[in-house]
Structures are given as C-alpha cells and as structure tokens.
Design a protein around this ligand. Sequence first.
Ligand code: HEM
Ligand code: HEM
Length: 243
Amino acid sequence: MRRIWKKHVQEVDLDNVYVWQWPVRITHWMTALSLWILSLTGLYMGYPFLIASGQASEHFLMGTAKLIHFYAAIAFTLSVLSRILWMFMGNWYSRWHRFIPVDRRRWWAMGKTLRYYLFGLRMPPGFVGHNPLAGLTYFFVFIAFLVQIATGLGMYAASAHVDSPFRAFGFLVPVVGGLATAHWIHHITMWLLWMFIVHHVYSAILMSQVEATGTVESIFSGHKFVPREDIVQPGYRLAHPEA
Ligand code: HEM
Ligand code: HEM
C-alpha cells in the first residue's frame, strides 16, 4: 500500500501551501499546553491525594493547585476565544465552514474518510486543511471547550469574593443544573477531551505517514506539501483515484 502511494507522490509536483497561519498554531499549542496543566491541577482539586499536615496557611497546597488552575484557565479561555474569532477572520482553511460541513462534497468525503479509518479503503480522500471528519470532530471539541469555560466560570463565581466582577458569571450555575452538576460535567468533559486527544495524536501521526504531506510538521511550521494536480479549488483536493 505504501509503495503505491510513494509512487503516486513521486509522480506529481508538490506545492508548498501555507495552511495554518500563526494564530492557528499559537492557539493550538496554547490550548494543548493549558489543557495539560488544567487536567493535572483539576484532578488534584477533585481528588486531593496529597494531604499536608498542619495549618493550610503554612503550605497552601490546595491553594497553589487552584491558583495554577485559574491562571491556566485564563490562558485556555483567551486561546479558545481567539481561535473562534479567527474562524471568521482567518484564511480559507481556518474558517468555520471547515468545521461545520455545509457542502455536499464534505459530507460525501466524510463517509469515505470513516471507511478509510475502518480499513474499508486503502487511501483517505485528500484535503489540504482538515479532512471533513477531523473538522467535524474539532467542532464538537470546541463545544467541549466552551462547556469547560462555562462550568468553570460558574464554579469560580460561586466562591469568588463578593466584590469580584467574576460574580457576574453566577447565572451560569443554575443554567448547568447547579453547583454539584457543574463539578460533575466539568470532570466528565475533561475525560471526554482526553479520549479525543489520544485519538487525535494517533491519527495526526497516521495521516502524516500515509498522506505524506507533512501534516504533523504543519502544526509547527504552517506549511503542507500537497500534490499540485489535487488543488482544484481553495481547500479541496480531489479524492484519490483509489478512494
Ligand atoms: C492537549 C492536546 C491537544 C489538543 C487539545 C489538540 C487540539 C486540536 C484542535 C482543536 C485542532 C484543530 C486546530 C484548529 O483548526 O484550530 C488540532 C489540529 C491539529 N493538531 Fe492538535 N491537539 C493536541 C495535541 C496535538 C499534538 C501533540 C500534535 C502532534 C502530534 C497535534 C497535531 C495536530 C495537527 C497536525 C493538527 C492539524 C490536523 C488537521 O489537518 O486536521 N495536536 N488539534
Ligand atoms: C479543558 C479545560 C479544563 C479542565 C480539563 C479542567 C479540569 C478540572 C477538574 C478535573 C476539576 C475538579 C472537578 C471536580 O472533580 O470537582 C476542576 C475544577 C474547577 N475548575 Fe477546571 N478545568 C478546565 C477549565 C477550567 C476553566 C476554563 C475554568 C474557569 C475559571 C475552570 C475553573 C474551575 C473551578 C472554579 C473549579 C472548582 C474548584 C473548586 O472545587 O473550588 N476550569 N477543573
């Protein structure tokens, strides 16, 4: 299988396409890094497995975990909101219609991509930016990000100082079903996000190997190397002949 594809790649001219502009790359890594920090500190907050003896004011262990969680939450929230804004300002590949499939060809290719993942096809249909299945998955991931922000802000408002402007987010607590439910949703969504991350890193590396267009490298450099003949219109490569 790999030989066929290598032959295909060698036969065509590759175009260097600037796919991911810097806001996409910065927000990607900012979100990924803060998600790690939020998960580690959040797990400790939900299950404090380290108990320090003596007065809390002497060691401030839980306080430190919360402080780091809240600083990381600021980075996370700003990063997610900036990326959502960029969905309306950025280049073709970073726009909202690469996440929500609004045209028939993306729907068509979604089934093909799924078949490829289920070993029903030798090659996935090719796309310069996100393939339609990845794009739709990211749409749900962004919903999960917003759920974390809403439940997090609600919980924060509940214990914020009476003078804190964050008290304004208190209205979110009944919206998500109360404080205990907010904790529960916040916790479960973290595990849902980790299910995504495991699959995401696996498929990024897999697609990078199979498509050989520099997918993993692209989230650092912004550039992909795409068969010229396949760029039929912005954002599209025609399905591979075998797909
Ligand atoms: C906490 C970890 C991570 C999260 C939450 C995450 C999330 C995301 C999201 C939401 C996107 C869509 C990007 C956008 O349009 O703004 C994306 C794209 C991408 N990510 Fe990650 N990511 C994580 C880690 C990684 C790692 C470790 C790698 C490297 C192996 C990676 C490689 C990529 C690549 C190559 C793309 C573009 C793929 C495509 O064309 O669809 N990600 N990621
Ligand atoms: C993906 C991002 C995030 C993850 C994975 C995460 C994870 C967690 C976890 C696991 C807990 C413990 C929940 C429990 O078991 O009771 C927690 C608590 C909390 N998180 Fe997050 N969090 C994230 C984002 C945020 C954001 C954006 C905020 C916004 C302010 C926030 C604020 C809070 C607050 C206030 C608590 C409750 C602390 C307490 O019990 O006093 N989190 N987080």
